[in-house]
Design a protein around this ligand. Structure first.
Ligand code: RNT
Ligand code: ZN
Length: 417
């Protein structure tokens, strides 16, 4: 019997696309999955809740409240996702025990993350890391590294220095590299009287943070356009971090798809950065009217970003794909699984497009032919290749995902009251 996949394979082969090679390539490319979808970005180290102009909305039951619950949920979600995975941790997910009791963020050490490393090794996950510069009493009027107050700045500088050291130690323990991404909410609600001073202090704080060199840490700073309550000015704007990265080798500008004006095409920015940087880290998310961090879907902005990653020269190796969404209005394990699958699906879709022919048509001004081929490729039997990829990776196909999420929920909810 000829399977749907075999028919699809032939149809793609006629366009010069090798579905076998595509599936093998995709399975090897890691997606860095954020740990914070599982617990609404609350972490384990504070009780004050979220701040910094980011928000999780919804009160779906079953939020993970501990290292044990969060890792169990992450495992359950990732069992539903094909391809290589990393876990992206925030410093607020330090594991405190009787032997390693609570310390403040500027005193964090590798030992507070050792349980994550042991667990990640067991499951074959790489680890990425982030200082947590929000949801903490040392956020002074929502300013941190750019604060006019030296004690505030110094606290957060020490925190970032500790996080870079921990990142290096995690990478050493895993025989790997770790992305250490700094995002700060710093900004002003109302008309600034001094922008220059804020940015000057941020530059100087970053210089102090990056003074120490680590061979296994990939450093990045995440730019943003505005946050809730900080509508008039964001200190760490894209121009700021892009200029900083351009003048500080080893520090990269991280692009979050939700951190630009809503009509900007973030996929369009990738080729510009790829020409000048050997790494481009991303936060893939789905902004609805603002940086709402909705669950990533197989939609046009993500497909277009995937096309750039799949077909810009060198991009497959240079782009570090991280996810950043948090929805508390639906089952969190389902959100994790569906969002991460959508990233994989978008990459598979992009790898199956006849990119070489389309480029050749563009370069020879055959724009009508290019339009016709691009339209043809959109309705080719992509779904059959996606299903085959999921099966080969030992994962459910789309129709099998929800029942598995529901079964897990039925098992864990009674323990989470
Ligand atoms: C906030 C940034 C940042 C956070 C996480 C929790 O707007 O996108 O990446 O979402 O660090
Ligand atoms: Zn982000």
């Amino acid at each position: 019997m000829t399977t749907m996949y075999e028919l699809a394979k032939e149809e793609y082969a006629a366009l010069g696309i090798d579905t076998e090679a595509v599936m093998a390539k995709l399975a090897d490319k890691p997606i860095s999955v954020h740990c914070w979808q599982g617990d609404d970005v609350l972490g384990f180290d504070q009780v004050g809740g979220l701040s910094g102009g980011i928000q999780t909305t919804g009160n779906y039951p079953g939020r993970a409240r501990s290292f044990e619950e969060l890792t169990a949920d992450f495992e359950a979600a990732m069992a539903l996702v094909p391809g290589a995975k990393r876990i992206n941790l925030h410093a607020s997910y330090a594991v405190f025990t009787d032997e390693n009791p609570w310390v403040d963020r500027d005193a964090l050490e590798y030992k507070h993350f050792e349980p994550w490393v042991t667990w990640a090794k067991e499951h074959g996950f790489g680890i990425d890391f982030n200082p947590t510069i929000f949801g903490h009493p040392m956020m002074n009027n929502e300013l941190s590294l750019s604060s006019p107050d030296a004690a505030t700045r110094d606290f957060w500088i020490r925190h970032c220095q500790a996080c870079r050291k921990i990142s290096q130690q995690i990478a050493e323990a895993l025989g790997d590299e770790t992305l250490c991404n700094i995002w700060i909410p710093d900004g002003l609600k109302d008309v600034p009287a001094d922008r220059y001073g804020l940015r000057e202090r941020l530059r100087d704080s970053l210089d102090a943070i990056y003074a120490e060199k680590y061979d296994r840490v990939i450093d990045s700073c995440e730019s943003k356009v505005f946050g809730i309550g900080l509508e008039s000015m964001t200190v760490g704007s894209n121009e700021f971090y892009l200029a900083y990265a351009a003048t500080h080798p080893g520090v990269y500008d991280l692009l979050d798809l939700g951190h630009f004006h809503p009509t900007e095409n973030v996929a369009d920015k990738l080729s510009a950065l790829l020409l000048f940087f050997d790494k481009v880290p991303l936060h893939v998310t789905r902004p609805i009217r603002w940086d709402s961090d909705h669950v990533v879907l197989f939609d046009d902005p993500v497909k277009e970003m995937a096309m750039e990653i799949a077909h810009c020269p060198g991009a497959w190796e240079k782009v570090i794909i991280g996810l950043d969404f948090f929805d508390a209005s639906i089952n969190r394990v389902g959100a994790w699984a569906i969002g991460t699958r959508a990233m994989e699906k978008s990459l598979l879709y992009a790898l199956l497009q006849p990119a070489a022919q389309l480029k050749e048509m563009q370069d020879t001004y055959r724009f009508t032919e290019k339009m016709a081929l691009a339209e043809q490729a959109k309705s080719m039997p992509f779904g059959a290749v996606w299903d085959e990829y999921c099966r080969r990776e030992g994962c459910p196909t789309d129709g099998e995902v929800y029942p598995l999420v529901a079964a897990y929920e039925a098992k864990i909810l009674p323990t989470r009251q």
